[in-house]
Design a protein around this ligand. Structure first.
Ligand code: F6R
Length: 371
C-alpha cells in the first residue's frame, strides 16, 4: 500500500532512515560490532585473501563503493564486475577468494550464473578456498540458498522498479562486512572500527534530515525536465554514486545521463559541455573536495550549468549557473549513503514532471530472471 505517497518509489525513498538503521542495528552495538554478527563464519572470513564482488545494475554500484571501503580500510584487494561479463569471460579467481553476490531480489539470472560458474570451478579443483556470500533483501531467494554466508538487508519489500532502499541498506550491510573482515583479520585498528560504527548510528538522523530536501530538489528538477542529456560527477566513493545517479535518471525519466569520475572530464566528456548541459556534482566535504572544485571550474568556464550537492558546513554558495543544495554533514566513507537521497529525489521528481510511469518504467522488470 502506497499510503499517503503518490508512488512506491517515493514511499521507499522515505523509508530509508528506518531501513538503514535496522540494517546497522543488525550488526552493531553503540561502538563495536555485535559478538554474534557473522560469528559462526569467522573461520571462513579469517582466511579470505581476495574479494570479488558480482552484481548487476544498482547492486553493482553498491559493490563499487564497497571496493573503496575494502581496499582503504582493510587493505584486502577487491574487484567488482557486472555478472554478465564475469560469467562468460573465463576470469581468474585466485585461491582464498571471497565471492560477494549483491542482489535485492536474489533471483537475477546473471548473478546466479556467475556464482554457479565459480562454484563449478572450485568443485573441479581449479579454485581453492572459495567462500561465497550473499547480501540480499529476500531471505528465501535462490542466491541466499546457494551461498555459504548470507547477510540480509532489512529494507523490507521493495516494489518500485528503480531500486532505492535496497541500495542504501546494501551499503550499510557491506560496511558491516568490511568491518567484520577487518576485525577478524586484525586489519583495522579498533579505534577506527569504533569510530565508523559510531558514525553509522548517525545515519538515521542524517537521512531523516536529507528527506527535508524533497521540495528544494523538486524545484531544481524543473531545470532538467526539458533536457536531453546530463552528466553526474563524483570522486572517490562518490564516483560510483555518480554512476548510480545517472542510472536512476535514465531509467525512470528517460533522459540520457552518464556518470563520470570527475578526473576523467578532460579526457573526453568536457567536449559535451555547453550552456544546455546540466551537470550534477556530488561534492561532500572530504579529501577530494579541492580537486572536485577544480573540475567544477572547468565546467563553469564552458558555461555548463552546475547542480552541486555539497556539505552543509562547506563554504559553497550558489552563483550564476551554479546551484548548491546543502546535504547534512556525514563521515567521508559513509557519504554515498546520505547522498543517495538527493540523487534519488532528483530522478523521481524529473520523472514525475515528464509524466513517465515512475514505478514501472517502460521495458524494465523488477527482477531480471532471464539473461
Ligand atoms: C535499477 C535496478 C536494477 C537492479 C538490477 C539488479 O534501479 O533496480 O539495475 O539493481 O536489475 O537487481 P538485483 O539487485 O535484484 O539483483
Amino acid at each position: 500500500d502506497k499510503g499517503e505517497f503518490k508512488h512506491y518509489m517515493l514511499k521507499e525513498i522515505y523509508e530509508q532512515p528506518d531501513a538503514v538503521a535496522r540494517t546497522v542495528e543488525m550488526g552493531a552495538t553503540s561502538n563495536d560490532l555485535k559478538e554474534e554478527f557473522l560469528q559462526r563464519h569467522e573461520a571462513l572470513l579469517a582466511k579470505v585473501r581476495n574479494i570479488q564482488v558480482l552484481a548487476c545494475g544498482t547492486s553493482y554500484h553498491a559493490g563499487l563503493i564497497a571496493k573503496y571501503w575494502f581496499e582503504n580500510l582493510t587493505r584486502l584487494p577487491c574487484s567488482v564486475e557486472v555478472a554478465s561479463e564475469f560469467r562468460y569471460r573465463n576470469p581468474v579467481v585466485v585461491d582464498d577468494t571471497l565471492i560477494i553476490c549483491l542482489s535485492q531480489s536474489g533471483e537475477t539470472a546473471d548473478t546466479l550464473s556467475a556464482l554457479r560458474e565459480t562454484q563449478r570451478r572450485a568443485k573441479v579443483g581449479e579454485i581453492k578456498g572459495l567462500t561465497t556470500l550473499s547480501v540480499c533483501n529476500v531471505a528465501t531467494s535462490s542466491l541466499v540458498r546457494e551461498t555459504d554466508i548470507f547477510i540480509p538487508t532489512l529494507a523490507g519489500v521493495e516494489i518500485g522498479v528503480a531500486s532505492t532502499k535496497a541500495f542504501t541498506t546494501q551499503l550499510a550491510a557491506l560496511m558491516l562486512l568490511v568491518l567484520k573482515v577487518g576485525k577478524v583479520q586484525q586489519r583495522i585498528e579498533p579505534e577506527q572500527l569504533s569510530e565508523i560504527v559510531t558514525e553509522m548510528h548517525k545515519l538515521k538522523g542524517q537521512l531523516d534530515r536529507s528527506l527535508n530536501l524533497d521540495q528544494a530538489i523538486e524545484a531544481m528538477g524543473q531545470k532538467f525536465e526539458a533536457k536531453h542529456s546530463t552528466l553526474f560527477l563524483g570522486r572517490g566513493v562518490q564516483f560510483p554514486l555518480a554512476l548510480e545517479g545517472a542510472l536512476k535518471l535514465k531509467e525512470i525519466s528517460y533522459i540520457h545521463a552518464e556518470g563520470y569520475a570527475a578526473g576523467e572530464l578532460k579526457h573526453g566528456p568536457l567536449a559535451l559541455v555547453d550552456k544546455d548541459m546540466p551537470i550534477v556534482v556530488l561534492a561532500p566535504k572530504d579529501s577530494m573536495l579541492d580537486k572536485l572544485k577544480a573540475n567544477m571550474q572547468e565546467v563553469h568556464a564552458r558555461h555548463g550549468e552546475l547542480f552541486v550537492f555539497a556539505s552543509e558546513s562547506s563554504q559553497l554558495v550558489s552563483e550564476e549557473r551554479l546551484h548548491v543544495i546543502h546535504v547534512p554533514d556525514v563521515n567521508e566513507h559513509l557519504a554515498p549513503i546520505v547522498y543517495s537521497i538527493p540523487v534519488q529525489f532528483l530522478s523521481y521528481h524529473v520523472a514525475v514532471m515528464r509524466g513517465t510511469d515512475v514505478d514501472q518504467p517502460r521495458n524494465l522488470a523488477k527482477s531480471v530472471t532471464v539473461e
